[in-house]
Design a protein around this ligand. Structure first.
Ligand code: AMP
Ligand code: MN
Ligand code: MN
Length: 324
């Protein structure tokens, strides 16, 4: 770790133009971590471009730095940093369109495949924002109020308001320090977790009208037609999966979101200690033990049948229970 810090410091010192990228269909940890690194490096005198393949979702536009995030990735830079990505494909950009190999890979997914030249991957961290908080002092990066607000958003959203089982006393101490640095907890919570748009609520309605349950599994689907008819602009599920996972008797909640004809985004949430990351990996995705996702090729109905059947098999399997 120490060697990697020194190596990273040298790369940062030498670089002038820096590109930072997070994952497609970005969540609060992706946007918050991206903005946090961008602001820190800009304050250190670097020329920074922050990019997201899908842009910044409306509910994170209040974050400092969000207005400067681009969708077009520059063709050249001195240093490329990826945050909250378990694999380089998660950036949503074609490998050929990246300006160079990823130099710094900063993440917290146990399924991270160490695609960077230097990899800061901490699977026990609750969010990439926590990894960044820990790296800030050794890397000599200053956390001002704007950076703190972005990092706190990463922590609040990835832990769904400090409710997940990976919330340790240390996570709460980090959050407390970010609040001391000026991050507005109540506003962050309200804007990034509580509030949603009218169209997002109607989109939820479409999904909820198709809610199903069987043998400890609970699932809903969102079609391209739903997205179009309510006018929902994103390619994500508007966080409907987090609502599904609050419904009683669901050991595993799933959502199927049609992305285009023949491509479906699947999300799993497990409440019972079942390891859904392994299942997601088997479908070419990844994630955390209790929250994972994958993009699966096939028509919606066919993908749903295949994924439900595979998920049913882990319900009865002890090796997927509580395993890492
Ligand atoms: P989601 O279901 O998109 O809310 O994501 C749940 C967790 O799984 C997050 O930690 C994601 O980063 C991860 N994840 C989602 N989709 C993928 C994917 N296609 N490949 C790898 N990890 C994913
Ligand atoms: Mn994320
Ligand atoms: Mn994360």
């Amino acid at each position: 770790m120490k060697g990697e810090i020194t190596q990273a410091q040298a790369l940062l010192d030498r670089a002038n133009t820096i590109v930072i990228v997070a994952h497609e269909r970005p969540d609060g940890d992706a946007v918050g971590s991206l903005n946090a690194v961008a602001i820190c490096l800009e304050n250190a005198g670097k020329q920074v471009t922050a990019v997201l393949a899908d842009g910044v979702p409306g509910r994170f536009l209040f974050l400092p730095g969000a207005e400067r995030v681009q969708q077009t990735i520059p063709t050249e830079c001195d240093l490329l940093i990826a945050v909250d990505c378990s694999a380089v494909e998660r950036t949503g950009y074609d490998l050929e369109s990246l300006p160079r190999r990823v130099d710094l890979n900063i993440d917290h997914h146990p399924t991270n495949n160490h695609f960077g030249v230097i990899n800061f991957v901490e699977p026990h961290a609750a969010a990439t924002a926590e990894v960044l908080f820990d790296l800030s002092s050794p890397l000599g990066l200053q956390i001002d109020t704007d950076v703190a607000t972005n990092l706190l958003t990463g922590l609040v959203t990835d832990t769904i308001g400090f409710r997940t089982s990976n919330v340790t006393p240390k996570v709460l101490r980090v959050a407390a320090q970010l609040i001391e640095l000026g991050a507005p907890l109540a506003e962050v919570y309200e804007r990034s977790l509580n509030q949603r748009s009218f169209v997002a609520a109607r989109y939820w309605g479409r999904g909820l009208s198709r809610l199903e349950r069987e043998d400890g599994l609970l699932w809903a689907s969102l079609t391209l037609d739903d997205k179009k008819s309510v006018g929902y602009p994103g390619r994500d599920d508007a966080d409907l999966i987090n609502l599904l996972s609050t419904i009683e008797s669901a050991e595993v909640a799933l959502i199927f979101v049609e992305q285009s004809r023949g491509k479906v985004k699947v999300s799993w949430r497990s409440r019972s200690g079942l390891n859904v990351a392994r299942l997601a990996s088997a479908f070419g995705g990844g994630g955390h033990e209790q929250a994972a996702g994958a993009i699966v090729a096939g028509e919606l109905e066919e993908v749903r049948a295949r994924v439900l059947s595979a998920t049913r098999t882990i319900l009865g399997s002890d090796s997927d229970r509580g395993g890492k």
